[in-house]
Design a protein around this ligand. Structure first.
Ligand SMILES: NC(=O)c1ccc[n+]([C@@H]2O[C@H](COP(=O)([O-])OP(=O)(O)OC[C@H]3O[C@@H](n4cnc5c(N)ncnc54)[C@H](OP(=O)(O)O)[C@@H]3O)[C@@H](O)[C@H]2O)c1
Length: 270
């Protein structure tokens, strides 16, 4: 399927690793120029180099902390100067749970830091980049939420708040950004084999004294992941790239789960 994305420009937050980098590679394969935002300069530049080596597109890496409004506004101004218009924005930056203790006992600073990092970070990016997004109907925003926003996960209070906020804001923005002729959708990844998740699986397997495959098989069965496996980053990236294309032109304000069937919430009978 020709997605017709060649020559467009995509901004991806958290584009240096995991799902964000996979989405960047997916867009680059379609001929989309990229602006990648994340905090750690070395990781960001390494990702940009890898993408440039694999695909003939422009990759502009701007080290940016999305908790810093000034830095986000500066990144938007630099993007405008380099590319003029932005067609695609992927709000993906986030992080794993910082601690596994009961979050109800966290102090205000820890709660607010989590919400500032994902939910408010996304709002900052939307506010800064909206003025330079195209209004010709090719504009598309994809927000990467998560299953902690649709299910109750132990010790995932702020994670759940962030992801459900992300899903809610998606609908809100689809309505609001109709003024700019921009579609807004959310992707909800399930258990995805990102770099940190691979380390997590190895750690859990070691702790339980089983192989990584055995641990994952058990975990997927226990979690009700119908596919019986974790998802590959590319499987999420492909969905993001499709949603950004005109092939998805009538998909707006919705949430697409890429979770191997986790969302049907199966129960095993006794
Ligand atoms: N992996 C999964 O199984 C899974 C499942 C459901 C949902 N998700 C969601 O998918 C998204 C990506 O997850 P991932 O697993 O791919 O994560 P990851 O590999 O840890 O990547 C996170 C990215 O976000 C960047 N980032 C974090 N805080 C930032 C900040 N304040 N400003 C700018 N960039 C920041 C990181 O770079 P720096 O640290 O250098 O800034 C990195 O590029 C997240 O929103 C996550 O909640 C993941």
């Amino acid at each position: 399927m020709d997605l017709g994305l060649r020559g467009r420009t995509a901004v991806i937050t958290g584009g240096s690793t995991g799902i964000g980098k996979a989405a960047a590679l997916g867009f680059a394969a379609e001929g989309v120029n990229l602006v990648l935002l994340s905090r750690t300069k070395e990781t960001l530049e390494a990702a940009a180099d890898e993408i440039r080596a694999a695909h003939n597109v422009e990759v502009f890496a701007i080290p940016t902390d999305i908790t810093d409004s000034e830095a986000v506004n500066k990144a938007a101004a630099m993007t405008a100067e380099r590319f003029g218009a932005v067609h695609i924005l992927v709000n993906n930056a986030g992080h794993r749970m910082r601690r596994l203790d009961r979050q109800i006992f966290w102090d205000d600073d820890d709660w607010l830091a989590d919400i500032n990092g994902k939910t408010v970070g996304m709002l900052r990016v939307l506010r800064a980049f909206l003025p330079q997004m195209v209004t010709d109907g090719t504009g598309s925003i994809i927000n990467v939420g998560g299953i902690a926003g649709t299910s109750i996960y132990e010790n995932a209070l702020t994670h759940g708040l962030n992801n459900s906020a992300m899903h809610h804001i998606t609908g809100y923005m689809a309505y609001d950004f109709a003024a700019e002729n921009i579609r807004v959708n959310a992707v909800i990844p399930g258990l995805i084999a990102t770099e940190w998740r691979q380390d997590w699986a190895d750690m859990m397997a070691e702790k339980l004294n089983v192989s990584r495959d055995e641990f994952l098989a058990q975990y997927c069965a226990q979690q009700g992941i119908i596919a019986g496996r974790w998802g590959q980053m590319k499987e999420v990236a492909d969905t993001i790239v499709f949603l950004a294309s005109d092939r998805a032109s009538y998909i707006n304000g919705t949430r697409i789960a890429v979770d191997g069937g986790f969302g049907v919430n199966p129960r095993v009978s006794a």
